[in-house]
Write a protein of this length. Structure first.
Length: 262
């Protein structure tokens, strides 16, 4: 069997259309939407709505700590629109139509933090399976899927904004993992809480990994744990006991899937 795995697609539908070439199945680990394009400020939803100049300011603020100044700036952008929520949803739907249309069959996909999972069932079709807290058998192995990212302790997200990232508490994420039972391959958007896997060498800061995921890996010893989220990790692969933990790469930039063979 040969399975191709991608994550952090961020709008690259052209590469996604080729991602399943030569594979028995394609696994997509989320962040389909290109919300903020840090490489080309004209692109992404923010670039389309507000223009490159304003995105450049946001990107500069975001490279520091995601603090009150960044939140105030984003709020001012949204408040400048009469119908911010409608504008954002229209842009997301347009991207999803292209991205889900690019997926080859069979595809097994779980959402990332820069996704709107409530919209995904609208785009599922024969051979394209949307999974979150569910298991699929691929080539005789059990693949377990849990989407989203983990909230920082004490952080309260704005649930009423025009765009809401898919964030879960560690307890919620742990419950989703527990519901999978024992699997051969753990498929998540976020990495386990291992320092080498969570530290981004370009942003020069750690992202938040999941302690629940690490505990499941240590306890159940799956063959693989695959994930994305951290675009430029200190280490792409770390072995935890019997399990090979692999960051499958920033697919928007590389256009190259990670390959699992057995």
């Amino acid at each position: 069997m040969r399975v191709h795995v991608v994550s952090d697609v961020h709008g690259n539908a052209e590469a996604l259309a080729r991602a399943g070439d030569g594979a028995d199945a394609l696994v997509v680990l989320g962040d389909l939407v290109d919300f903020v394009d840090y490489y080309d400020h004209d692109k992404g939803i923010l670039g389309r709505v507000f223009g490159a100049e304003k995105v450049e300011v946001f990107a500069r603020l975001r490279r520091g700590r995601f603090g009150a100044e960044t939140v105030r700036y984003m709020r001012s952008l949204w408040e400048s629109l009469d119908n911010a929520a409608d504008v954002v949803q229209e842009a997301i739907m347009e991207q999803y139509a292209a991205l889900f249309g690019a997926m080859s069959a069979p595809t097994y996909a779980t959402p990332g933090n820069v996704d709107s999972p409530e919209l995904w069932p609208l785009f599922a079709r024969d051979g394209v399976h949307v999974l979150d807290g569910e298991v699929a058998e691929i080539g005789g192995l059990r693949f377990g899927f849990a989407g989203g990212a983990v909230l920082h302790p004490g952080f309260v997200p704005n649930r009423r904004g025009p765009w809401r990232p898919y964030l879960r508490t560690e307890e919620e994420f742990g419950a989703a993992l527990a519901g999978l039972g024992e699997v051969d391959v753990l498929c998540t958007h976020v990495p386990p809480a291992v320092a080498e896997l969570t530290y981004d060498v370009v942003a020069r800061r750690p992202e938040l990994g999941s302690t629940s995921l690490l505990k499941v890996i240590e306890r159940d010893r799956p063959r693989w744990s695959v994930f994305g989220h951290v675009h430029q990790p200190l280490a792409r692969r770390v072995r935890v006991g019997w399990t090979e933990c692999v960051n499958v790469g920033h697919f928007q930039r590389t256009g190259t899937p990670h390959v699992l063979r057995w």
